[in-house]
Design a protein around this ligand. Structure first.
Ligand code: TAP
Length: 517
Protein backbone atom coordinates (compact mmCIF):
# COMPACT_ATOMS: atom_id res chain seq x y z
CA UNK A 1 0.00 0.00 0.00
CA UNK A 2 1.30 3.46 -0.88
CA UNK A 3 1.00 4.89 2.64
CA UNK A 4 3.12 2.02 3.95
CA UNK A 5 5.62 2.60 1.20
CA UNK A 6 5.80 6.27 2.09
CA UNK A 7 6.44 5.47 5.69
CA UNK A 8 8.96 2.76 4.92
CA UNK A 9 10.74 5.26 2.74
CA UNK A 10 10.71 7.70 5.61
CA UNK A 11 12.49 5.14 7.80
CA UNK A 12 15.16 3.97 5.40
CA UNK A 13 18.47 5.81 5.36
CA UNK A 14 18.96 5.44 1.61
CA UNK A 15 15.32 5.85 0.77
CA UNK A 16 15.41 9.57 0.08
CA UNK A 17 13.87 10.74 -3.09
CA UNK A 18 15.53 13.51 -5.06
CA UNK A 19 13.68 16.14 -6.98
CA UNK A 20 14.97 17.88 -10.07
CA UNK A 21 15.07 21.66 -10.12
CA UNK A 22 16.80 24.65 -11.60
CA UNK A 23 19.30 25.04 -8.75
CA UNK A 24 21.28 27.97 -7.42
CA UNK A 25 24.69 26.59 -6.41
CA UNK A 26 27.13 28.62 -4.35
CA UNK A 27 30.19 28.18 -2.23
CA UNK A 28 29.78 30.41 0.77
CA UNK A 29 30.53 30.13 4.50
CA UNK A 30 33.16 27.48 3.57
CA UNK A 31 30.53 25.11 2.25
CA UNK A 32 28.69 24.22 -0.92
CA UNK A 33 25.06 25.21 -0.79
CA UNK A 34 22.30 24.44 -3.27
CA UNK A 35 18.73 25.64 -3.26
CA UNK A 36 15.72 26.10 -5.58
CA UNK A 37 14.41 29.41 -6.93
CA UNK A 38 11.15 28.22 -8.48
CA UNK A 39 7.63 27.77 -7.18
CA UNK A 40 6.92 24.45 -5.47
CA UNK A 41 3.56 23.07 -6.59
CA UNK A 42 2.31 19.49 -6.36
CA UNK A 43 5.72 18.13 -5.38
CA UNK A 44 7.59 19.78 -8.25
CA UNK A 45 9.59 22.92 -8.81
CA UNK A 46 8.05 24.90 -11.65
CA UNK A 47 8.37 28.34 -13.21
CA UNK A 48 5.71 30.95 -12.61
CA UNK A 49 3.20 31.81 -15.29
CA UNK A 50 5.03 34.11 -17.71
CA UNK A 51 8.34 33.47 -15.92
CA UNK A 52 8.24 36.68 -13.88
CA UNK A 53 10.85 36.93 -11.11
CA UNK A 54 11.81 38.95 -8.03
CA UNK A 55 15.46 39.65 -7.17
CA UNK A 56 16.48 38.45 -3.74
CA UNK A 57 19.24 40.52 -2.19
CA UNK A 58 21.97 39.70 0.33
CA UNK A 59 21.70 42.50 2.94
CA UNK A 60 25.36 42.04 3.98
CA UNK A 61 26.59 43.52 0.68
CA UNK A 62 23.43 44.36 -1.32
CA UNK A 63 24.32 41.92 -4.12
CA UNK A 64 21.57 40.00 -5.88
CA UNK A 65 21.70 36.33 -4.81
CA UNK A 66 19.31 35.12 -7.51
CA UNK A 67 16.02 35.78 -9.24
CA UNK A 68 13.14 33.90 -7.63
CA UNK A 69 10.03 32.98 -9.63
CA UNK A 70 7.08 35.18 -8.73
CA UNK A 71 3.68 33.50 -8.34
CA UNK A 72 0.65 34.98 -10.09
CA UNK A 73 -3.01 34.55 -9.13
CA UNK A 74 -3.20 31.63 -11.59
CA UNK A 75 -0.11 30.01 -10.01
CA UNK A 76 -1.72 30.27 -6.57
CA UNK A 77 -4.85 28.66 -7.98
CA UNK A 78 -2.76 25.76 -9.36
CA UNK A 79 -1.21 25.32 -5.91
CA UNK A 80 -4.60 25.39 -4.19
CA UNK A 81 -5.97 22.79 -6.64
CA UNK A 82 -2.97 20.56 -5.90
CA UNK A 83 -3.53 20.97 -2.15
CA UNK A 84 -7.23 20.20 -2.54
CA UNK A 85 -6.50 17.09 -4.56
CA UNK A 86 -3.90 15.95 -2.02
CA UNK A 87 -6.37 16.47 0.81
CA UNK A 88 -9.43 14.94 -0.81
CA UNK A 89 -7.96 12.17 -2.91
CA UNK A 90 -4.32 11.70 -2.00
CA UNK A 91 -2.58 9.38 0.44
CA UNK A 92 -2.15 12.07 3.08
CA UNK A 93 -5.71 11.86 4.40
CA UNK A 94 -5.78 8.08 4.08
CA UNK A 95 -2.68 7.25 6.09
CA UNK A 96 -2.90 6.85 9.83
CA UNK A 97 -2.05 9.74 12.10
CA UNK A 98 0.95 7.80 13.42
CA UNK A 99 2.34 7.39 9.90
CA UNK A 100 1.82 11.09 9.32
CA UNK A 101 3.84 11.73 12.44
CA UNK A 102 6.64 9.51 11.14
CA UNK A 103 6.88 11.56 7.97
CA UNK A 104 7.12 14.77 9.97
CA UNK A 105 9.83 13.29 12.21
CA UNK A 106 11.72 12.28 9.08
CA UNK A 107 11.38 15.83 7.74
CA UNK A 108 12.80 17.19 11.01
CA UNK A 109 15.73 14.73 10.76
CA UNK A 110 16.47 15.93 7.23
CA UNK A 111 16.36 19.54 8.36
CA UNK A 112 18.85 18.63 11.06
CA UNK A 113 21.11 16.92 8.49
CA UNK A 114 20.97 20.12 6.42
CA UNK A 115 21.18 22.46 9.39
CA UNK A 116 24.39 24.27 8.38
CA UNK A 117 23.18 24.70 4.82
CA UNK A 118 19.78 26.04 5.94
CA UNK A 119 21.42 28.44 8.40
CA UNK A 120 23.82 29.68 5.72
CA UNK A 121 20.97 30.29 3.28
CA UNK A 122 18.99 32.07 6.02
CA UNK A 123 22.01 34.21 6.82
CA UNK A 124 22.70 35.38 3.26
CA UNK A 125 19.01 35.94 2.54
CA UNK A 126 17.88 37.68 5.73
CA UNK A 127 21.10 38.97 7.34
CA UNK A 128 20.66 36.71 10.37
CA UNK A 129 23.91 36.10 12.22
CA UNK A 130 24.94 32.53 11.29
CA UNK A 131 25.47 31.34 14.85
CA UNK A 132 22.01 32.62 15.81
CA UNK A 133 20.46 31.18 12.65
CA UNK A 134 21.83 27.75 13.61
CA UNK A 135 20.42 27.95 17.11
CA UNK A 136 17.19 29.86 16.63
CA UNK A 137 16.05 30.28 13.02
CA UNK A 138 16.86 26.68 12.12
CA UNK A 139 17.27 25.06 15.54
CA UNK A 140 13.87 26.09 16.83
CA UNK A 141 12.33 25.17 13.47
CA UNK A 142 13.59 21.60 13.85
CA UNK A 143 12.30 21.51 17.42
CA UNK A 144 8.86 22.66 16.36
CA UNK A 145 8.58 20.00 13.64
CA UNK A 146 9.51 17.31 16.19
CA UNK A 147 7.14 18.74 18.78
CA UNK A 148 4.15 18.68 16.42
CA UNK A 149 5.15 15.37 14.82
CA UNK A 150 4.64 13.93 18.30
CA UNK A 151 1.13 15.38 18.45
CA UNK A 152 -0.15 13.68 15.26
CA UNK A 153 -1.43 10.56 17.00
CA UNK A 154 -2.55 12.34 20.16
CA UNK A 155 -5.28 14.55 18.73
CA UNK A 156 -8.41 13.44 20.53
CA UNK A 157 -11.99 14.51 21.06
CA UNK A 158 -14.07 13.97 24.19
CA UNK A 159 -17.16 12.12 25.40
CA UNK A 160 -19.86 14.37 26.79
CA UNK A 161 -22.67 13.37 29.16
CA UNK A 162 -25.82 14.80 27.56
CA UNK A 163 -29.38 14.19 28.83
CA UNK A 164 -30.76 10.77 27.97
CA UNK A 165 -33.91 10.41 25.85
CA UNK A 166 -35.41 7.96 28.37
CA UNK A 167 -36.00 5.05 28.17
CA UNK A 168 -33.23 5.12 25.53
CA UNK A 169 -29.77 6.35 26.26
CA UNK A 170 -27.56 8.81 24.43
CA UNK A 171 -23.89 9.20 23.84
CA UNK A 172 -22.23 12.32 22.49
CA UNK A 173 -18.62 12.44 21.39
CA UNK A 174 -16.50 14.92 19.52
CA UNK A 175 -13.93 14.35 16.81
CA UNK A 176 -11.19 16.78 15.85
CA UNK A 177 -10.88 16.93 12.09
CA UNK A 178 -8.49 18.76 9.79
CA UNK A 179 -9.96 21.81 8.09
CA UNK A 180 -8.75 21.04 4.56
CA UNK A 181 -6.64 23.37 2.44
CA UNK A 182 -4.96 26.00 4.61
CA UNK A 183 -3.09 29.14 3.52
CA UNK A 184 -0.09 30.57 5.34
CA UNK A 185 1.42 34.02 4.81
CA UNK A 186 4.56 34.92 6.76
CA UNK A 187 7.00 37.81 7.30
CA UNK A 188 10.75 38.13 6.72
CA UNK A 189 12.23 38.33 10.20
CA UNK A 190 12.54 34.59 10.90
CA UNK A 191 11.67 33.16 7.48
CA UNK A 192 12.08 29.42 8.16
CA UNK A 193 10.91 29.63 11.76
CA UNK A 194 7.67 31.47 10.94
CA UNK A 195 6.97 28.86 8.26
CA UNK A 196 7.70 26.05 10.72
CA UNK A 197 5.70 27.44 13.66
CA UNK A 198 2.57 27.45 11.56
CA UNK A 199 3.08 24.67 9.05
CA UNK A 200 4.10 22.03 11.60
CA UNK A 201 0.84 22.47 13.54
CA UNK A 202 -1.14 22.68 10.29
CA UNK A 203 0.27 19.42 8.89
CA UNK A 204 0.21 17.58 12.23
CA UNK A 205 -3.53 18.29 12.25
CA UNK A 206 -3.77 16.59 8.84
CA UNK A 207 -4.34 19.57 6.54
CA UNK A 208 -2.62 20.43 3.28
CA UNK A 209 -1.08 23.84 2.71
CA UNK A 210 -0.30 26.67 0.32
CA UNK A 211 2.29 28.98 1.78
CA UNK A 212 3.68 32.36 0.71
CA UNK A 213 6.97 33.46 2.24
CA UNK A 214 7.90 37.16 2.38
CA UNK A 215 9.21 38.28 -1.00
CA UNK A 216 12.42 39.70 0.49
CA UNK A 217 13.48 36.39 2.14
CA UNK A 218 11.99 33.36 0.35
CA UNK A 219 15.01 31.03 0.02
CA UNK A 220 14.85 28.78 3.11
CA UNK A 221 11.17 28.07 2.38
CA UNK A 222 12.23 26.68 -1.01
CA UNK A 223 15.09 24.62 0.44
CA UNK A 224 12.59 23.30 2.98
CA UNK A 225 10.29 22.30 0.11
CA UNK A 226 13.12 20.25 -1.42
CA UNK A 227 13.65 18.47 1.92
CA UNK A 228 9.94 17.71 2.17
CA UNK A 229 10.21 15.67 -1.05
CA UNK A 230 13.19 13.75 0.36
CA UNK A 231 11.16 13.08 3.49
CA UNK A 232 8.44 11.43 1.42
CA UNK A 233 5.67 13.97 2.05
CA UNK A 234 3.17 13.23 -0.75
CA UNK A 235 2.85 15.70 -3.66
CA UNK A 236 0.41 18.56 -3.10
CA UNK A 237 0.52 18.40 0.70
CA UNK A 238 3.00 21.31 0.81
CA UNK A 239 2.98 24.03 -1.83
CA UNK A 240 5.22 27.12 -1.66
CA UNK A 241 4.42 30.16 -3.79
CA UNK A 242 6.91 33.01 -3.41
CA UNK A 243 5.60 36.34 -4.65
CA UNK A 244 4.20 39.65 -3.51
CA UNK A 245 1.63 40.06 -0.77
CA UNK A 246 -0.79 42.11 -2.81
CA UNK A 247 -0.83 39.48 -5.56
CA UNK A 248 0.05 35.95 -4.33
CA UNK A 249 -0.76 36.64 -0.65
CA UNK A 250 -4.08 38.18 -1.52
CA UNK A 251 -4.88 35.32 -3.92
CA UNK A 252 -4.48 32.87 -1.02
CA UNK A 253 -6.55 35.01 1.36
CA UNK A 254 -9.41 35.33 -1.13
CA UNK A 255 -9.35 31.83 -2.63
CA UNK A 256 -12.73 30.09 -2.26
CA UNK A 257 -11.17 26.64 -1.65
CA UNK A 258 -8.85 27.77 1.15
CA UNK A 259 -10.68 27.30 4.45
CA UNK A 260 -8.19 28.69 6.96
CA UNK A 261 -5.52 31.36 6.81
CA UNK A 262 -2.64 31.60 9.28
CA UNK A 263 -0.89 34.97 9.09
CA UNK A 264 2.07 36.60 10.81
CA UNK A 265 2.90 40.18 9.92
CA UNK A 266 1.87 43.76 10.58
CA UNK A 267 -1.40 44.82 12.19
CA UNK A 268 -2.31 46.85 9.11
CA UNK A 269 -2.01 43.90 6.71
CA UNK A 270 -3.67 41.67 9.32
CA UNK A 271 -6.76 43.87 9.10
CA UNK A 272 -6.74 43.65 5.29
CA UNK A 273 -6.35 39.87 5.44
CA UNK A 274 -9.19 39.44 7.90
CA UNK A 275 -11.44 41.47 5.61
CA UNK A 276 -10.39 39.37 2.58
CA UNK A 277 -11.03 36.16 4.52
CA UNK A 278 -14.48 37.37 5.56
CA UNK A 279 -15.52 38.65 2.14
CA UNK A 280 -14.32 35.66 0.12
CA UNK A 281 -15.65 32.60 2.00
CA UNK A 282 -15.55 33.40 5.72
CA UNK A 283 -12.23 31.61 6.23
CA UNK A 284 -11.12 30.80 9.72
CA UNK A 285 -8.20 33.10 10.46
CA UNK A 286 -5.43 33.47 13.02
CA UNK A 287 -3.31 36.59 13.19
CA UNK A 288 0.05 37.13 14.87
CA UNK A 289 0.61 40.84 14.46
CA UNK A 290 2.75 43.72 15.65
CA UNK A 291 3.81 44.54 19.18
CA UNK A 292 5.16 47.28 21.41
CA UNK A 293 5.97 45.12 24.37
CA UNK A 294 6.70 46.83 27.71
CA UNK A 295 9.61 45.76 29.91
CA UNK A 296 9.42 47.20 33.45
CA UNK A 297 12.58 47.27 35.58
CA UNK A 298 12.31 47.90 39.34
CA UNK A 299 15.24 49.00 41.47
CA UNK A 300 15.22 45.81 43.54
CA UNK A 301 16.15 43.72 40.49
CA UNK A 302 19.40 41.93 39.75
CA UNK A 303 20.79 44.78 37.65
CA UNK A 304 23.30 42.69 35.67
CA UNK A 305 20.56 40.34 34.67
CA UNK A 306 18.17 43.17 33.83
CA UNK A 307 20.77 44.87 31.62
CA UNK A 308 21.61 41.60 29.84
CA UNK A 309 17.96 40.73 29.24
CA UNK A 310 16.93 44.21 28.19
CA UNK A 311 19.78 44.22 25.64
CA UNK A 312 18.77 40.88 24.15
CA UNK A 313 15.11 41.82 24.58
CA UNK A 314 15.67 44.75 22.21
CA UNK A 315 18.67 43.82 20.04
CA UNK A 316 18.06 40.08 19.49
CA UNK A 317 18.03 39.27 15.76
CA UNK A 318 18.83 42.96 15.00
CA UNK A 319 15.60 43.98 16.72
CA UNK A 320 13.63 42.22 13.97
CA UNK A 321 11.72 40.33 16.57
CA UNK A 322 7.97 40.59 17.09
CA UNK A 323 8.19 40.28 20.89
CA UNK A 324 11.07 42.77 21.13
CA UNK A 325 10.85 44.92 24.25
CA UNK A 326 9.59 47.99 22.40
CA UNK A 327 9.43 50.13 25.50
CA UNK A 328 11.70 49.86 28.55
CA UNK A 329 10.41 51.52 31.76
CA UNK A 330 13.16 51.97 34.36
CA UNK A 331 12.61 53.07 37.96
CA UNK A 332 14.22 56.51 38.37
CA UNK A 333 16.43 55.43 41.29
CA UNK A 334 18.44 53.15 38.97
CA UNK A 335 17.70 54.89 35.66
CA UNK A 336 21.04 56.59 35.09
CA UNK A 337 23.07 53.58 36.11
CA UNK A 338 20.98 51.33 33.87
CA UNK A 339 21.39 53.64 30.87
CA UNK A 340 25.14 53.91 31.44
CA UNK A 341 25.50 50.13 31.62
CA UNK A 342 23.38 49.58 28.51
CA UNK A 343 25.43 52.06 26.48
CA UNK A 344 28.68 50.50 27.70
CA UNK A 345 27.49 47.04 26.63
CA UNK A 346 26.02 48.24 23.32
CA UNK A 347 29.40 49.72 22.37
CA UNK A 348 30.94 46.28 22.80
CA UNK A 349 28.59 44.57 20.33
CA UNK A 350 30.50 43.26 17.32
CA UNK A 351 28.72 44.48 14.19
CA UNK A 352 29.72 42.90 10.90
CA UNK A 353 29.62 40.00 8.47
CA UNK A 354 26.79 37.76 9.69
CA UNK A 355 28.74 34.68 8.59
CA UNK A 356 31.69 35.52 10.87
CA UNK A 357 31.59 33.49 14.08
CA UNK A 358 32.49 36.52 16.20
CA UNK A 359 29.69 38.77 14.90
CA UNK A 360 26.86 39.59 17.30
CA UNK A 361 24.88 41.98 15.11
CA UNK A 362 24.26 41.68 11.36
CA UNK A 363 22.68 43.87 8.68
CA UNK A 364 18.99 44.78 8.69
CA UNK A 365 16.83 42.60 6.47
CA UNK A 366 16.26 44.99 3.54
CA UNK A 367 16.84 48.57 2.45
CA UNK A 368 13.32 49.97 2.97
CA UNK A 369 13.38 48.68 6.54
CA UNK A 370 16.79 50.22 7.25
CA UNK A 371 15.60 53.59 5.91
CA UNK A 372 12.54 53.39 8.14
CA UNK A 373 14.71 52.83 11.22
CA UNK A 374 16.88 55.88 10.47
CA UNK A 375 13.74 58.02 10.10
CA UNK A 376 12.21 56.52 13.24
CA UNK A 377 15.19 57.62 15.36
CA UNK A 378 15.17 61.09 13.82
CA UNK A 379 11.48 61.44 14.59
CA UNK A 380 12.14 60.52 18.24
CA UNK A 381 14.88 63.12 18.48
CA UNK A 382 12.66 65.77 16.87
CA UNK A 383 10.01 65.06 19.51
CA UNK A 384 12.52 65.60 22.31
CA UNK A 385 13.95 62.16 23.10
CA UNK A 386 17.70 62.01 23.74
CA UNK A 387 19.74 59.90 21.34
CA UNK A 388 22.46 58.52 23.61
CA UNK A 389 24.01 56.03 21.21
CA UNK A 390 23.93 54.87 17.56
CA UNK A 391 20.86 55.36 15.39
CA UNK A 392 22.46 55.87 11.99
CA UNK A 393 23.43 53.77 9.00
CA UNK A 394 27.04 52.64 9.23
CA UNK A 395 29.41 53.77 6.51
CA UNK A 396 30.32 50.39 5.09
CA UNK A 397 28.84 48.17 2.41
CA UNK A 398 25.67 46.41 3.46
CA UNK A 399 22.53 47.42 5.31
CA UNK A 400 24.11 48.01 8.71
CA UNK A 401 22.45 50.15 11.36
CA UNK A 402 24.16 51.01 14.63
CA UNK A 403 22.00 49.84 17.56
CA UNK A 404 20.40 52.91 19.15
CA UNK A 405 19.55 53.99 22.69
CA UNK A 406 16.90 56.70 23.10
CA UNK A 407 16.20 58.05 26.59
CA UNK A 408 13.78 60.53 28.21
CA UNK A 409 11.00 59.16 26.02
CA UNK A 410 7.56 60.49 26.98
CA UNK A 411 4.35 58.49 26.56
CA UNK A 412 2.87 60.77 23.88
CA UNK A 413 5.84 60.47 21.52
CA UNK A 414 5.69 58.49 18.26
CA UNK A 415 8.61 56.29 19.36
CA UNK A 416 6.73 55.40 22.57
CA UNK A 417 3.71 54.23 20.59
CA UNK A 418 4.86 52.73 17.31
CA UNK A 419 6.86 49.58 16.74
CA UNK A 420 10.30 50.06 15.16
CA UNK A 421 11.02 46.36 14.49
CA UNK A 422 14.70 47.31 14.74
CA UNK A 423 17.56 47.57 17.27
CA UNK A 424 16.36 50.72 19.02
CA UNK A 425 16.02 50.78 22.80
CA UNK A 426 13.32 53.18 23.96
CA UNK A 427 13.82 54.06 27.63
CA UNK A 428 11.31 55.90 29.85
CA UNK A 429 11.44 56.62 33.57
CA UNK A 430 8.93 55.86 36.26
CA UNK A 431 9.08 56.98 39.84
CA UNK A 432 8.34 55.39 43.18
CA UNK A 433 6.95 51.97 43.82
CA UNK A 434 3.52 52.57 42.34
CA UNK A 435 3.02 49.40 40.34
CA UNK A 436 -0.46 50.34 39.16
CA UNK A 437 0.73 53.63 37.70
CA UNK A 438 3.45 52.02 35.59
CA UNK A 439 1.15 49.16 34.53
CA UNK A 440 -1.39 51.72 33.39
CA UNK A 441 1.27 53.32 31.20
CA UNK A 442 2.45 49.91 29.94
CA UNK A 443 -1.12 48.93 29.05
CA UNK A 444 -1.84 52.20 27.29
CA UNK A 445 -1.31 50.71 23.83
CA UNK A 446 -3.40 48.89 21.26
CA UNK A 447 -0.77 46.14 21.13
CA UNK A 448 -0.61 43.23 23.57
CA UNK A 449 1.96 40.73 22.37
CA UNK A 450 4.52 40.32 25.17
CA UNK A 451 5.75 41.99 28.37
CA UNK A 452 8.40 41.62 31.02
CA UNK A 453 9.21 42.64 34.58
CA UNK A 454 12.42 42.58 36.61
CA UNK A 455 12.03 42.60 40.39
CA UNK A 456 12.98 40.40 43.34
CA UNK A 457 9.57 41.00 44.94
CA UNK A 458 7.43 37.97 44.06
CA UNK A 459 4.18 39.72 45.00
CA UNK A 460 4.96 42.59 42.69
CA UNK A 461 5.91 40.19 39.88
CA UNK A 462 2.68 38.23 40.27
CA UNK A 463 0.58 41.39 40.39
CA UNK A 464 2.29 42.51 37.18
CA UNK A 465 1.57 39.16 35.50
CA UNK A 466 -2.07 39.48 36.50
CA UNK A 467 -2.68 43.05 35.40
CA UNK A 468 -0.61 43.36 32.24
CA UNK A 469 -2.58 43.05 28.99
CA UNK A 470 -0.27 40.81 26.98
CA UNK A 471 -0.31 37.24 25.69
CA UNK A 472 3.17 36.54 27.06
CA UNK A 473 4.67 37.64 30.38
CA UNK A 474 8.35 37.17 31.27
CA UNK A 475 9.45 37.51 34.89
CA UNK A 476 13.19 38.07 35.45
CA UNK A 477 13.86 36.84 31.94
CA UNK A 478 12.95 37.84 28.38
CA UNK A 479 12.60 36.24 24.92
CA UNK A 480 12.24 32.82 26.52
CA UNK A 481 9.95 31.19 23.98
CA UNK A 482 9.61 27.43 23.67
CA UNK A 483 7.88 25.18 21.17
CA UNK A 484 5.67 23.75 23.94
CA UNK A 485 4.46 27.14 25.26
CA UNK A 486 1.55 28.92 23.52
CA UNK A 487 2.52 32.17 21.82
CA UNK A 488 0.30 34.98 20.56
CA UNK A 489 -1.09 38.39 21.33
CA UNK A 490 -4.00 40.27 22.85
CA UNK A 491 -5.80 43.34 21.46
CA UNK A 492 -4.46 44.46 18.06
CA UNK A 493 -1.52 42.08 18.31
CA UNK A 494 -3.96 39.50 16.99
CA UNK A 495 -5.52 36.24 18.08
CA UNK A 496 -4.99 32.51 17.72
CA UNK A 497 -1.91 30.90 19.21
CA UNK A 498 1.19 29.48 17.60
CA UNK A 499 3.15 26.72 19.40
CA UNK A 500 2.05 24.41 22.17
CA UNK A 501 -1.05 22.24 22.18
CA UNK A 502 -3.28 25.28 21.64
CA UNK A 503 -1.84 25.87 18.17
CA UNK A 504 -3.41 22.63 16.94
CA UNK A 505 -6.89 24.04 17.52
CA UNK A 506 -6.16 26.74 14.96
CA UNK A 507 -5.95 24.02 12.32
CA UNK A 508 -8.74 21.69 13.48
CA UNK A 509 -12.51 21.71 13.48
CA UNK A 510 -14.68 19.95 16.03
CA UNK A 511 -17.39 17.57 14.88
CA UNK A 512 -20.00 16.61 17.47
CA UNK A 513 -21.68 13.20 17.06
CA UNK A 514 -24.72 12.10 19.08
CA UNK A 515 -26.18 8.61 19.00
CA UNK A 516 -29.12 6.99 20.70
CA UNK A 517 -29.21 3.36 21.77
P1 TAP B 1 3.68 42.68 6.47
O1 TAP B 1 3.99 43.80 5.59
O2 TAP B 1 2.38 42.64 7.16
O3 TAP B 1 3.89 41.36 5.59
C1 TAP B 1 3.67 40.08 6.08
C2 TAP B 1 3.32 39.16 4.92
O4 TAP B 1 2.06 39.53 4.37
C3 TAP B 1 4.31 39.22 3.75
O5 TAP B 1 4.46 37.93 3.22
C4 TAP B 1 3.59 40.14 2.79
O6 TAP B 1 4.01 40.02 1.45
C5 TAP B 1 2.17 39.69 2.96
N1 TAP B 1 1.14 40.63 2.49
C6 TAP B 1 1.24 41.96 2.31
N2 TAP B 1 0.07 42.46 1.85
C7 TAP B 1 -0.79 41.42 1.74
C8 TAP B 1 -2.16 41.29 1.32
N3 TAP B 1 -2.88 42.34 0.95
N4 TAP B 1 -2.73 40.07 1.34
C9 TAP B 1 -2.01 39.00 1.73
N5 TAP B 1 -0.73 39.06 2.11
C10 TAP B 1 -0.12 40.25 2.15
O7 TAP B 1 4.74 42.53 7.64
P2 TAP B 1 6.31 42.50 7.51
O8 TAP B 1 6.79 43.85 7.17
O9 TAP B 1 6.73 41.39 6.63
O10 TAP B 1 6.72 42.08 8.99
C11 TAP B 1 6.82 42.99 10.01
C12 TAP B 1 5.64 42.91 10.94
O11 TAP B 1 5.36 41.56 11.31
C13 TAP B 1 5.86 43.62 12.24
O12 TAP B 1 4.76 44.43 12.54
C14 TAP B 1 5.98 42.52 13.28
O13 TAP B 1 5.60 42.84 14.57
C15 TAP B 1 5.13 41.48 12.71
N6 TAP B 1 5.53 40.17 13.21
C16 TAP B 1 4.73 39.61 14.13
C17 TAP B 1 5.06 38.40 14.64
C18 TAP B 1 4.17 37.78 15.63
S1 TAP B 1 4.43 36.27 15.98
N7 TAP B 1 3.20 38.41 16.17
C19 TAP B 1 6.20 37.73 14.21
C20 TAP B 1 7.00 38.34 13.27
C21 TAP B 1 6.63 39.57 12.76
P3 TAP B 1 5.31 40.80 0.87
O14 TAP B 1 6.28 39.71 0.68
O15 TAP B 1 4.89 41.43 -0.41
O16 TAP B 1 5.71 41.81 1.88
Amino acid sequence: EFSQAVVLKSRGSNASQDVAYDAVVMNVNNMDIKFPKQLFINGQFVDAEGGRTIDTVNPADETVICKVQRASVADVDRAVQAARHAFEEGEWSKMSARDRGRLLFRLADLMEEHKQELATIESIDSGAVYTLALKTHVGMSIDVWRYFAGWCDKITGSTIPISHARPNRNLTFTKKEPIGVCGLVTPWNYPLMMLSWKMAACLAAGNTVVMKPAQVSPLTALKFAELSVKAGIPPGVINIVPGSGSEAGNAIATHPLVRKLGFTGSTEIGQTIMRSCADSNLKKVSLELGGKSPLVIFDDCDLDRAVRNAMSGVFFNKGENCIAAGRVFVQDTIHDKFVERVIEETKKMVIGDPLSRSTAHGPQNHKAHLDKLVEYVQRGVKEGAQLRHGGTRLERPGLFFEPAVLTEVQDHMYVAKEESFGPIMIISRFSGNDLDAVIKRANNTEFGLASGVFTRDINRAMAFAEKIQAGTVFINTYNKTDVAAPFGGFKQSGFGKDLGEEALNEYLKTKCVTLEY
